[in-house]
Design a protein around this ligand. Sequence first.
Ligand code: CAO
Length: 414
Amino acid sequence: MKALEGVRILDMTHVQSGPTCTQLLAWFGADVIKVERPGTGDPTRGQLRDIPDVDSLYFTMLNHNKRSITLNTKHETGKEIFTRLIEECDVLVENFAPGALDRMGFSWERIQEINPRIISASIKGFGPGPYEDLKVYENVAQCAGGAASTTGFDDGPPTVTGAQIGDSGTGLHLATGILAALLHREKSGKGQRVECAMQDGVLNLCRVKLRDQQRLAHGPLTEYPQYPNGTFGEAVPRGGNASGGGQPGWVVKCKGWETDPNAYIYVITQAAAFAGLAKVMGKEEWLEDPEWNTPAARLPKLEKMFEEIENWTKTLTKFEVMEKLNPVNVPCGPILSMKEVAEEPALRKTGTVVEVDHPERGKYLTVGNPIKLSDSPAEVKRSPLLGEHTDEILKEVIGFNEDQIAAAKDAGAV
Ligand code: CAO
């Protein structure tokens, strides 16, 4: 049995942050009803298209396992249908611009009046404060949440990360809140509001940087590349590839780096593994040398140490370095390209990378559910076509007959 079987989600989400959340709930077995504007639907259906007139990968990869109904929630009949859907659903999820749901006539008070058991979950860019009315996209959240100021190299500009920590990160946070509210409802019988601001979600993922901001008051951050020769200002600097956990780590070149932009490996030289590393590299003399054989001695010359490590890693491919370092417990990770990730057999085997068949685009690759439940494995089903399940949902969920469906269509509500 699927973990969330019997839970019905009214999915008013679009673009990336909200759809990530509802996709996860759908993988856990919830019936996710995606409400989309007639004619256009979720704008991502048409964004970054690789095949003309076919739902984009942007859309298909964020909306698996959902059903789609087209519904104009600003139309009178549309509002009546929407009200009936609120009555029949356990959770409403939305990530419209601030105030959009209220402008449709569905404030939290009104939603509660219609269904006191419903959980109403929202993503906005900012929480209450000076920016609460703003529309927000991924990179705005990364910048406002502290990620960009702390990402990149000291001599370069603030940098956003490739991981969608603002959108998908906040979607994950929201899903956690929804699950907590569903459990709470078991005891209280009542729904509640779940709200997540993207700035807050990003900051939560950057909490080690707020840790460092406070450490800075007590002296330089010794694990940052600015120590000991650079300078520290008032705020946490960009740490390059330094490891956030305080163990010296860096990205070093491997064989082939001259032509392959991903011929690199991340190596962490924590004290417990240093002897193994030195031996594998043929640098046994370091272990006898007081200039090298303690973490404190190495700390002021980490740059030099990683240069030496790189001289060794450049003679091997990143996978050969892995083979040498894993047996001696030196933490390391190859820089995998997206091509390598897509082709990785182990990820295919676990269902983290899956191939899905779509009636209009054919086969494509997607990321399946990264959270594995032993009794409720996730089966990844293709995303719905726009309005594919409109009739089915009107019949099954709110009990409309053929005449009522035809009337709603004639009125332009669905
Ligand atoms: N029927 C009728 N109207 C509908 C509808 C439907 N089924 N679905 C949406 N609409 C209407 C909304 O009510 C809104 O109308 P008003 O402006 O009159 O209130 C309108 O469509 C546009 O919605 P929007 O303002 O949410 O969309 P946008 O493209 O202008 O902004 C976004 C997109 C993402 C910036 C904004 O929704 C937002 O800030 N969301 C919160 C933060 C967020 O999730 N950002 C992540 C986005 S991914 O990077």
